[in-house]
Design a binder for this molecule. Structure first.
Ligand code: MF3
Ligand code: CO
Length: 236
């Protein structure tokens, strides 16, 4: 799983470097597809439930599952969430980052910083004997202390030989509640954080989730293994 995580990371960092005004989300899809073909690994998203691409690229008020589009031109001040995963030798990696396009306003920059910090708070809560409620509460605490909101309609997940395995990993919760973590478990923690209200809607394309109030949304994700003493981030 570490090898799948490293391959996933490599592609995401390549894409991060390509994001700038004038680039389309389909340009990013093509770069990702070309790189995984070179590496000889398998896209995790393409064909999953009929999803048409290797990459999800969600711009501004799009929360997750934005479908790459040659007409979607990134412009200065936008943010784009890049969600990507691969299988290597039958094991899956899954990770996401939200990237600024050129210079963004201070409030949007704060949203990105807080969302990434909330992911790291969730990871810091991972250790044997901790519960999924501890993880969710850690994420939620960081987000809500900053006045932002955690999306409820999508959650993280177990990951292994399938991208989505039990258990669900909510980005909210009550300390001490939920499944106990044990060494060898691997979970994808993926806070989706809205600047405004937590509500989302799915567009008629059947995939793209947007914020109901039009506010900006950010998404960061890592695949994280529970070790004997804490956590190992497989996608860093
Ligand atoms: N990272 C996303 C997830 O964990 C990717 C799923 S997109 C899909 O659910 F198209 F593959 F469904
Ligand atoms: Co995921």
């Amino acid at each position: 799983m570490r090898r799948a995580g490293i391959a996933t990371r490599e592609v995401l960092e390549l894409l991060r470097g390509l994001v700038k005004p004038g680039v389309t989300t389909m340009d990013l899809e093509k770069a990702a597809a070309d790189r995984i073909a070179e590496m000889g690994v398998k896209a995790a998203f393409k064909g999953y439930g009929g999803y048409p691409c290797v990459l999800c690229a969600s711009v501004n008020d799009e929360v997750v599952h934005g479908i790459p589009n040659p007409k979607r031109v990134l412009k200065e001040g936008d943010i784009v969430s890049l969600d990507f995963g691969v299988f290597v030798d039958g094991y899956c990696g899954d990770s996401a980052i939200t990237v600024p396009v050129g210079k963004i306003d201070a409030e949007t920059a704060r949203l990105l910083k807080v969302t990434e910090a909330s992911l790291h708070a969730g990871i810091a809560a991972v250790k044997p004997g901790a519960t999924l409620g501890d993880v969710g509460a850690a994420v939620q605490g960081v987000v809500e202390a900053e006045g932002f909101s955690v999306v409820r309609d999508f959650v993280g997940h177990g990951i292994g030989t399938h991208m989505h395995e039990d258990p669900q990993v909510p980005n909210y919760g009550t300390p001490g509640r939920g499944m106990k973590l044990r060494p060898g478990m691997v979970i994808a923690i993926e806070p989706m954080v809205n600047a405004g209200k937590p509500d989302v809607m799915v567009l008629k394309d059947g995939w793209t989730a947007i914020t109901s109030d039009g506010s900006m949304s950010a998404h960061f994700e890592h695949s994280v293994a529970v070790t004997a003493t804490g956590a190992k981030v497989l996608t860093e």
